[in-house]
Design a protein around this ligand. Sequence first.
Ligand code: ZN
Ligand code: ZN
Ligand code: ZN
Length: 271
Amino acid sequence: MDGGTVTATFLGTGTSVGVPVIGCSCPVCTSSHPGNQRTRSSLHLQTPGGSVLVDSGPDLRQQALREGLREIDAILYTHCHLDHIAGFDELRAFCWHRKDPLPLHAGPETMATLERMFPWAMSNTSRNYVRPDPHLIEDAFTIKDLLVTPIPVTHPSVETFGFRFDFPTGHSLAYISDVKEIPLPSIALLQDLDVFVVDALRPQPHPTHMNVEESLAVISQLKPRRSFLTHLAHEIDYREAADQLGLPESVALACDGLKLTFERQHPCTIA
Ligand SMILES: [Zn+2]
Ligand SMILES: [Zn+2]
Ligand SMILES: [Zn+2]
C-alpha cells in the first residue's frame, strides 16, 4: 500500500436477501450484469496504517476471497440484523493471522446480541478461534490512522450506527448502510463529506429502510461531493438506474467490488 493512499472497497451492496433473490425470475435476478450481483452489504477500508472491516454478513467468506482480503486490524458493527452479523464465524481466519485479539467495536445492543449468539467466542482465549477484543461504541475513536465517528441513526427496531471515517489523506467518507431516518444531531456529524454512502433500498417506500427518494433528499441536504447508494434490492436494475431513478450526476449506485481511492495531496498542490 502506498504511503498516502486510502482504499474503500464495497464488499457487498445488497439488501438482506441478496440479489439475485432465491427463486426469483425478475429481469434483475436473471441478469448477468455484475452490477446486479449483490452480496450482503459490507465495506472494507485500507489506510496506510490499517485494515478495517465494517460488518460480517453471511457472504463475508466469498467477499474476502474475491478481494484478496487477508488481514484486518478491527471490525466495526453497524447493528445486529443477521445480514450484518451472520458471518461472524468467518472472522476466525483473520484471527489466525493476528497475535492479539481482534478489536471489535459495537453498540451495547449489538454487543449483547453477539454475546448471546456466540457466547464461546466472547470469552475465548484460544488462537484457533474467533478471539475478539470488545469495545462498546460511545464517542469518536481511532483505529490506527483512521478517525471513526459513530453516527446514531433510526432503523426500526434495533440500535443502529453509521460511521464517519476521516482519513489520514484529509478525506472523509460516511457509511450508513441501514437507515430509515437520520436524527438532527447525526446530520450535524455528516457535514463537508467527500463521499457519502447511504441506504436506498428500492424506489418503493419501506418501513425500516430509506427508499431512493428519501436518500436523495438527505443527499441534497448534506451536499457531499460524491454519493453512492447501497443496500439495494432487486427492484433496482443497475443497467437502467441512472435514468429510471433520476440520479443527479454526483450520485451513483454502489456495486460489489467497487473501489474508491483517496490520495494525499502534496501540500503545494493548487486546488
Ligand atoms: Zn441490512
Ligand atoms: Zn428478482
Ligand atoms: Zn438492518
